[in-house]
Design a protein around this ligand. Structure first.
Ligand code: CU
Length: 316
């Protein structure tokens, strides 16, 4: 149905590389050509050969030539660029959809059956449409080997599509500087044969991220924090990151702003839960509103209890 060269990582490699080579070729031709011409002129028109400079009043013929030739050249570059780019904007009607979610500072991929992963899994030779969702700030999803890159804008519906042509693992990362831990947004794409992918997607027991229930409740709480990227903003050693450190907050009297009113609240389970589900309800003094997003639907009430168990250990 789709023709992807098996030597190539995706259906866009040929088009993008052709445009690149055409532009590179023209640039190299002019770099070399102009440099040679310059050296020749320096030699040919040096002072002892041409002691008196002459004034050229202009030449219509020359002006037409140096307008038309560059015009043709840039149109050639435009043509190859356009031909490589246009198919990226026309995703097929029938394709597997994967929701790609970006937040500071983590990618997550959600499949049609509800499975969620940290890196992207796709079948080979099948078109895939990524529905791009940015939860907080601008991010940009880039898969260099596939020659695809698209900005992810909060509140804007955008898609990216491709047909992977080679099985294997490829880099996937964020190319929009999105804050302190931008470099954490390094992930990958795993391209698998169709049968292998089908078996993988069916298996919902290994839905990542998993919590190891063998661990103590506090350690499970720490895993919840890690899996949700909380510790990108909250340290556990007292140092200040984007948000307040978790060290010693349990039971502490916390000065907060609720609406426009300043008050003090005790950090208990109710407060922690509210901070996670409705972060802007009580804003910790000295920190900015709107940086932390609600984790409603992502962190369950049981997981909040585990987090609380972990917070308690930070007071010891
Ligand atoms: Cu980012």
């Amino acid at each position: 149905m789709y023709n992807v060269d098996p030597q190539q990582a995706s259906n866009f490699v040929a088009g993008v590389d052709r445009a690149f080579m055409v532009i590179l070729g023209i640039s190299v031709f002019f770099l070399v050509g102009l440099t040679i011409l310059m050296i020749v002129f320096i030699y040919k028109y040096r002072r002892d050969k041409h002691p008196k400079a002459i004034q050229n009043e202009g030449s219509t013929k020359l002006e037409v030539i140096w307008t038309v030739i560059p015009l043709v050249l840039v149109l050639v570059m435009f043509y190859f660029g356009w031909m490589g780019w246009r198919p990226m904007k026309h995703p097929p009607e029938e394709a597997m959809h994967v929701k790609a979610i970006a937040r500071m500072w983590k990618f997550q991929f959600e499949y049609e059956n509800g499975k969620i992963t940290d890196s992207l899994y796709v079948p080979i030779n099948e078109p895939v449409i990524l529905d791009l969702v940015a939860l907080d700030v601008l991010h940009s999803l880039y898969i260099p080997a596939f020659r695809v890159k698209e900005d992810m804008v909060p509140g804007q519906k955008k898609v990216m599509w491709f047909i992977p042509g080679t099985a294997g693992e490829f880099n996937l990362f964020c190319t929009e500087y999105c804050g302190l831990e931008h470099s954490y947004m390094l992930s990958g794409v795993r391209v698998m044969p169709k049968e292998e992918f089908d078996a993988w997607i069916e298996d919902t027991t290994s839905v990542a991220p998993v919590i190891d229930t063998e661990l103590s409740l506090a350690d499970q709480g720490y895993q919840v924090l890690r899996n949700n990227g909380c510790i990108a903003c909250h340290s556990v050693d007292g140092s200040r990151l984007v948000g307040p450190s978790f060290k010693g907050i349990w039971g502490h009297e916390q000065p907060v702003t609720t609406g426009s009113e300043k008050r003090t609240v005790t950090v208990d389970e109710e407060y922690v839960k509210r901070s996670i589900y409705d972060p802007n309800a009580d804003v910790v003094e000295g920190f900015n509103k709107g940086l932390m997003l609600s984790y409603q639907g992502m962190v369950s009430e049981e997981q909040v209890k585990l987090i609380v168990e972990y917070l308690k250990t930070l007071n010891e």
